[in-house]
Design a protein around this ligand. Sequence first.
Ligand SMILES: Cc1ncc(COP(=O)(O)O)c(C=O)c1O
Length: 446
Amino acid sequence: MVQHTATTLRPAPEGTRLGELWDVLPEESGVDANGVLTIGGIPVTELAAQYGTPLHIFDEVGLRRQIRRFVDGLAERWPNSEVLFASKSLPVVGMYRVAKEEGLSVDIAGGGELQLALAAGVDPAKLHFHGNAKSDAELEMALSVGIGAIIVDNEDELDRLERLLTKPQALLLRVIPGVEAETHASQATGGAKSKFGLPMDQALRAIERMNAHPLMEFEGVHLHIGSQILNTRQFAEAVEKISTAGTFATYDVGGGLGVKYTYADEAPTVDAYLDEIVAAAREHLPEGARIMIEPGRSIVARAGVTLYDVLSVKRTGNTFVAVNGGMADMLDVALTDQRFEAVIANRVTEPWTESVQLVGRQCESGDLLVDGAELPAARTGDLVVLATTGAYSYTLANNYNGALRPAIVFVGEGESRLVARRETYEDLLRLHAPAIEAAAAADARA
Ligand SMILES: Cc1ncc(COP(=O)(O)O)c(C=O)c1O
């Protein structure tokens, strides 16, 4: 760990929009006397020098504070409750560890996430296994480590479990609540045509089947209406819909709370979200039932930013500011049209004079990080921070054009720690060893 000391301020001079920045950047961010953005008390110029770029930086203090808002807030309102971290939003061993330390249970959706959680020391009994297409191998792995619960998606999965179960296993059933979430189509998962879960009539049949099986301990129902949902009424609607499935011990009402990505976005607070869900639960669910929620994005999004170097600035009618990353480390823009805000991190307090196309380095015109980012006149050597990138960025990272996955660093109170190292060219070549060895052998023979 490296100790830093930086005095951080949060200027918001009148006549500028600087004040708005602080609502999309991590809670523990500010600016130092040199006009450099600080996160967790560390100037990002120092983080760039130490760890290189592109770099995912997480404000660990703000992250843990946000987890407490969910855990304490739900426990106060509905004591028989549990908060699960939806780990698909940040499937990183260092994050699973934070989840464990903060007492969260964890939602995993595949063998890989199971391995990452176990590597972080998460108790398997606190893991819930989701997914609409689980394989025998994955189910066997989960059963062998003593998974806390399996969220059954369909009847084929019940066939698999009938074959594989050798001891009692807690199960929930995913149902389709029929709530069309107001979000990007690819992020809506609770509408009538969803590929996840069963419609109510089929769900009742599956429940009968589980109740009749000696090793299937059916505990209740699960739903998840989608992600980046800003209208909290939709969560209440989902609670009401799920109550029609019957009276059970447990109701898992999923994740999906949206966050503020842009200066213009208005996102609900955690308290407003919990108020809405719990009010609906009081009205529609049995008093003694256990309620579970599974936030992902709303736990990690704001805590994370991505730091890039500006590699070129081109004025051709449009101003293109190109950085040393792009859709290989930030696929969400191309996938869901998500809009982010950006800042020149080494000159935070300078006036924003230009609207630019902030672009990546991958070979597609769709590799546009921000369409119309408001910045001071950018130059090569500047550092750009893309804000609110903590969720689903590392998740969706890929090797387009041979790009290497960025490193991840957690910062707090003037200290930084590396939680995932940068991918290397050796990592990239490792999977291709069979072809590399065959090529070398053929060349030796030639
Ligand atoms: C079953 C399930 N639970 C929880 C989540 C987390 O959603 P979010 O990250 O929007 O909170 C997801 C992701 O879409 C999911 O599929």
